[in-house]
Design a protein around this ligand. Structure first.
Ligand code: A2P
Length: 276
């Protein structure tokens, strides 16, 4: 079983999740039961992935009781605001076919649009009403997080950001630690980079009789980061979750730390990127 972390708000979250980008409804519907049967409990989607209906159907096909699962979705930029947040959340719940989300994230800060503070306040209200258990953000920089705290009195419990051994986000992770914000990693395997081809990874993987992807995911878990790998292949799905009964040595963790290049795989910069 995947172990769980406890968030600052007292709620529990699995230490590794299943990513659903990019999957369409049909794919999500068949892959989610496969993932749940292999032990995944955290399922991560977003309005902008366009697959919430398929995710909802897949969750029902898995026959896993709702309370055993941890469902996350994300509010798109075009729905930042007040009433628009409520409408957007209602749509998300309807498409997923559930009464509540375990975690609701603001997908991007969209600082030019500059409506993320009122968006955040509306999400806090939705939490009070029980529509979402925990609230967090994605792709936020420390300046955005600080502004939320200044204007609402509350920091998110999760920030989901692009993060992998070539793009380690060390300064942001230190900020998160100080404020007890859990770091989730999107693109944890460094999609669009050559990360998995690295000789160093190969060598560490060989020593453990594991794959390079498993070494990377173990690095996340051992660093206290919750990785959300996506795989449409059932064998890789199983491989990716099999990272809880073995460990990297301190020297291997240090080796991985040195793989940082600072080059993002996506090229997105949250201080200017506006995602609608
Ligand atoms: P596939 O879906 O065919 O398995 P990320 O989560 O970093 O965005 O990475 C997702 C990409 O990595 C997908 O293209 C996925 O392809 C691939 N992938 C997922 N798991 C593995 C693995 N264990 N080994 C190699 N590639 C993987």
């Amino acid at each position: 079983d995947v172990p769980w972390h406890v968030l600052r708000d007292g709620k529990r979250i699995p230490q590794l999740g299943f990513g659903t980008y990019p999957m369409d409804d049909a794919e999500a519907e068949t892959l989610i039961p496969e993932a749940v049967w292999r032990g995944y409990r955290l399922i991560d989607t977003a309005v902008n992935y366009g697959n919430e209906r398929g995710v909802g159907q897949g969750v029902r096909y898995s026959h896993m009781p709702r309370e055993e699962l941890f469902l996350t979705s994300k509010l798109p930029g075009r729905d930042h605001g007040t009433d628009s947040v409520r409408r957007s959340l209602e749509g998300t719940l309807e498409r997923l076919g559930t009464d509540y989300l375990d975690l609701y994230l603001i997908h991007w800060p969209n600082p030019v649009q500059d409506r993320y503070v009122q968006t955040w306040q509306t999400m806090l209200e939705a939490r009070e009403e029980g529509l979402v258990r925990s609230v967090g953000v994605s792709n936020f920089l420390p300046e955005h997080l600080q502004r939320l705290e200044r204007e609402s009195g509350e920091m998110p419990v999760v920030n989901q950001v692009e993060l992998h051994p070539q793009y380690q986000q060390e300064a942001l992770r230190r900020f998160h630690e100080e404020h007890r914000i859990l770091t989730e990693a999107w693109s944890p395997l460094g999609r669009k980079t050559d990360l998995l081809q690295s000789e160093w990874l190969e060598e560490i993987a060989r020593k453990h009789g594991r794959s390079p992807a498993q070494v990377v995911l173990r690095w996340h878990v051992q660093s206290g980061i919750v990785p959300i790998p996506k795989s449409s292949n059932t064998q890789r799905m199983a491989e990716n979750i099999d990272v809880f009964d073995w460990e990297l040595t301190d020297a291997q963790m240090e080796r991985l730390r040195m793989m940082h290049t600072g080059i993002s795989g996506s090229g997105f910069d949250p201080s200017v990127h506006e995602e609608m």
